[in-house]
Design a protein around this ligand. Structure first.
Ligand SMILES: [Zn+2]
Length: 266
């Protein structure tokens, strides 16, 4: 009698989560347990200011599967001083910190003045060059400014892997320019939205540069739209990505895991 192989559980890395946010305060342990049980092998929890970066490190120290990125989000750039960047520099010494960020420019919401956003991004890029860590970049309606700054920075430091453009939602040309600079592109649950242009862009990205992320608690996949996102749902994004690329979910899980481990060296 021939036995059919049992369906293997996927092993996936969520490269961008905000586990420190208050959305997870009441059921944090259950959220992490659920993710691990579903096959999420690693989660990168990403700081957005000094306090949340410290919290990200704290969470990373409790679970072997959790790693931390530390940095200042462009939304939080107002009133940031160089001394705050020095505190981020101190945090880099924690062995679970594998990246700097989330940093970048957001000219859509403009929660912080543009000048402050630019200054805080530049400070963090200088730090990343000093400590040789990849960066996690947030670009919302600011691609031309972000690309101008990153192009100069990349030339200066010649990194093997400069980092990740998180939640990529730009067009093919924008993707191409980031890829030329050596960046990886991370895609989340929004690729399953009916009006998303991401599928067409994804097909043009070399598969060794693709990453998956949740950006939870934000941007849940279509099946959970309107609800809180959480790392477990990364599995759905891997399945969607497989559909777009004409590959099995397992192949996508393996490829994106390999890519994430190459970028973050974890
Ligand atoms: Zn984020």
């Amino acid at each position: 009698m021939e036995r059919r192989p049992t369906m293997q559980k996927l092993s996936v890395i969520d490269t961008h989560a905000h586990l420190d946010m208050k959305d997870f305060a009441t059921d944090y342990d259950a959220v992490v347990a659920r993710a691990i049980d579903a096959g999420v092998s690693k989660i990168l929890t990403v700081g957005t200011d000094v306090k949340s970066s410290a919290k990200a490190i704290e969470l990373s120290q409790k679970h072997p599967q959790i790693f931390a990125a530390v940095g200042i989000h462009p939304h939080d750039a107002a009133n940031i001083q160089k001394t705050d960047i020095n505190r981020i520099a101190e945090m880099v010494k924690s062995p679970k910190v594998v990246a700097l960020g989330e940093m970048g420019l957001d000219f859509y919401r403009n929660y912080s003045p543009r000048e402050a956003q630019l200054q805080v991004l530049k400070w963090q890029l200088e730090l990343a060059a000093e400590v040789s860590l990849p960066v996690v970049i947030h670009d919302r309606q600011a691609a031309s400014d972000v690309q101008k700054i990153l192009a100069e920075w990349v030339k200066l430091i010649h990194p093997q892997c400069p980092g990740v453009i998180h939640c990529f939602s730009g067009d093919k040309q924008t993707a191409g320019r980031y890829l030329d600079m050596g960046f990886y592109l991370a895609f989340g649950g929004y690729i399953s939205y009916p009006n998303s242009r991401a599928p067409e862009v994804i097909k043009t990205v070399p598969q060794d540069r693709l990453l998956v992320e949740t950006d939870c608690p934000f941007l849940p996949p279509q099946a959970y739209r309107g609800k809180r996102n959480e790392p477990t749902y990364i599995i759905l994004t891997v399945v969607t990505l497989g559909g777009i690329l004409g590959k099995s979910a397992e192949a996508v899980a393996n490829q994106t895991t390999e890519n994430a481990e190459r970028v973050f060296k974890f």
